[in-house]
Design a protein around this ligand. Sequence first.
Ligand code: FES
Ligand code: FES
Length: 174
Amino acid sequence: MPETFTTSSGAAANASLPPTRAVKLRINGVEKQLQLAPWTTLLDALREYLDLTGTKKGCDHGQCGACTVLVDGKRINSCLTLAVMKEGADITTIEGLGTEDNLSPLQQAFVDHDAFQCGYCTPGQICSAQGLLNEGKAKTAAEIRELMSGNLCRCGAYSNILSAVQEVLDNQKA
Ligand code: FES
Ligand code: FES
């Protein structure tokens, strides 16, 4: 028997069945149909409903960048975004950037430059760096540092992350 409670207006409300709605998301080129509570973040939709656990939950408050994904090519914090807001958008996660046998240039550069230690921040760093490259604003090491400053690395791998991103940027320019 579902549990009910009474609202201030005296009406009975169902407490065990929150309202959900159908949400269509295009993730890594594949359309997914989900039934979600409207307050589900994009981060939770990816991790809890689609098993795309490459995207990490760090702070869940927009402060660390671990949850960065690309939406229509632009980097966003998926913990600050409701899944319903991204209906019909093209979402790319770390799983969609490359594969184990065919790493993206940034993924390869992170490996080559040893740009991680525990790896927890790495998917967010790489998605953010991809967004940075898409924006085309960073030209120097100082600009890369500034424009990647929303992505924290508790292991302090910053100088190697910078080298990796700089290499891909330089290769793009060449
Ligand atoms: S988990 Fe989203 S910014 Fe930290
Ligand atoms: S590699 Fe550990 S937090 Fe960045």
